[in-house]
Each structure stands twice: as C-alpha cells, then as structure tokens.
Ligand binder design. Structure first.
Ligand SMILES: N[C@@H](CCC(=O)N[C@@H](CS)C(=O)NCC(=O)O)C(=O)O
Length: 264
C-alpha cells in the first residue's frame, strides 16, 4: 500500500501528487498541517527526522525527497511511463530533479516573505520563537527568521527572483526542441518543475515568464491543463484561499522595485 504524508499547499507534495495522478496509482493520504507545525512534532520527526513533507511509505518502507519519490512512483505501474529509456535522457531528467531543490529554495523565499509571513505574524511571538528553535535545519531556521522579520525587504528576495528568472530562461532554452522538456513526449522532466511555477502563478507573478518567454508560457499552460494538475491541486485550495495568496504575493513583490528588475 502507498501512503503519502503530505500537505495540500506544499509544492513538493504537489509534485508527487501530479505523478501519482499521471500514473493513476491508488494511495492513502496522511495530511500534515505545516501552518500548525505538525511536521515538527515528535511523532512526525520519527517518520522524517528532517521535519519536512512529502514522505512516501510503501508497505512500511519510507522514501524522502519529492523528485526521488516521483521517480520511484514511475516504476510502480506501466501506465504512462514517465522516465525515458535512453540513459542520457534519464540523466537529464534527474538533473531537472536536482534543479528543483534550488527552485524550491526560491519559491520558499517568496512564500514566506509574503502570505505565510502574514499568517505566521498573527501567531504569538513565543510560538514563532519555539518554531525557529525546533527546526532541525539551522540554516533554514535563520532564513525563516529573516523572511518573517523583513518580508519583501529581505535580501533573500532579489536572490529568489533572480533564480526563478534563470529557471524560466533555462526552460525556454530547453524547449527549443520541444514541445516538452525532453522533446516529443511529456515526461518526469516536465512533471518535476511544474509545481514551483504553479506557486509563482498562485502568488500572481506569472509575468516572470509571460512577458518574456513564449515557449515557457505555452508549456506551462499545456502542463497545468493536464488532468493530473487538477487532481493534484483542486481538492486542496479553494477560490478564497487562492485569491488571498495572490493578493499577498502581488502586494509584497509587484510594488517593490525588485520585481520589475527581473522583467527587463
Ligand atoms: N527537497 C525536499 C524539500 C522538502 C520540503 O522542504 N518540504 C516543505 C514543504 S514543500 C516542508 O515540509 N516544509 C516544512 C517547514 O517549512 O517547516 C523535497 O523535495 O522533498
């Protein structure tokens, strides 16, 4: 049996749910509330000492890291093979998986400098301090404190926008031999980065690619129009939540000098 410890609005969890949907696999959901800090509770830390989702449990054997989980899931059913057979294309696919670790860091910056910050600042200061103290990754704890204290003015923000801008340029260049990232067929390489771009769109910042990268714009529309995307995100966020995330994202970044620098 496949059990996924995940969160509705987490980009890494969305990545895995897209692949579960593409592969039409049955799975059991264990929802972890990140805003309530369930990922840092002792019971969850026994499941993943890093205190992050997603975690896949396959008949008692656990796997971490969303891109590794995605590749593993592809091996579990013959439906819609997502990993190419050519070793060079397999290597390229895994490079997209490695790239997403960096993309994750950048969307994490934009998320926690905007709507997550607004949510967390409503909580008592002691609760926030306790959360920083509990984070197993101390670099992440320092970064989180900086984002909560400085919001869109954090030094991490221009780094994130620059990094995401480079991500768009890399995808645009790769799509020269499209229509998909590895050529003719949709593959894991397409499924791995899409949730990070989805978060950028949720924050209302899709002009990062729409103004400059026509192939990315078309690829993003085609990827997110697949039924797997609706299955991966539809049940988890309603229109009111989406509107609030977009308003917070646009308020935080579009008004700042930072964003337009990356559209030039
Ligand atoms: N590289 C890991 C990153 C996992 C990760 O950071 N997950 C986030 C959600 S997307 C999380 O659980 N964050 C918990 C927290 O912020 O305390 C992966 O791709 O699985």
């Amino acid at each position: 049996m496949l059990r996924l410890y995940h969160n509705g609005n987490s980009v890494c969890s969305i990545k895995v749910r897209v692949v579960l949907a593409e592969k039409q696999l049955e799975w059991e959901s264990v929802h972890i509330s990140l805003p309530d800090g369930e990922q840092l509770k002792p019971e969850f830390l026994k499941i993943n000492p890093k205190g992050v989702v997603p975690v896949l449990d396959h008949d008692g054997r656990r796997i971490f890291e969303s891109s590794i989980i995605a590749e593993y899931l592809d091996t579990l059913s013959d439906t819609n093979p997502l990993m190419p057979t050519d070793p060079y294309l397999q290597a390229k696919t895994r490079i997209w998986g490695v790239n997403t670790i960096e993309y994750h860091d950048h969307v994490n910056t934009l998320t926690f400098a905007s709507y997550q910050r607004t949510m967390l600042l409503k909580r008592p200061a002691e609760e926030l301090e306790a959360r920083y103290a509990k984070l197993p990754n101390r670099i992440r704890a320092r970064k989180l404190r900086d984002l909560i204290e400085n919001g869109p003015s954090s030094d991490y923000v221009p780094v994130a926008l620059g990094g995401l801008s480079k991500m768009c340029a890399a995808i645009e260049s790769e799509l020269e031999n499209g229509p998909w990232l590895l050529g003719d067929a949709y593959s894991l390489a397409d499924a791995l980065p899409i949730s990070y771009m989805y978060r950028v769109e949720c924050l209302g910042l899709e002009s990062l690619w729409e103004t400059r990268f026509p192939r990315v714009t078309d690829w993003y529309r085609r990827s997110t129009a697949r039924p797997s995307m609706e299955e991966a995100v539809g049940p988890y966020l309603d229109e009111t939540q989406l509107a609030a995330i977009k308003a917070e994202g646009q308020k935080a970044f579009l008004a700042s000098g930072h964003f337009s620098d990356y559209l030039a």
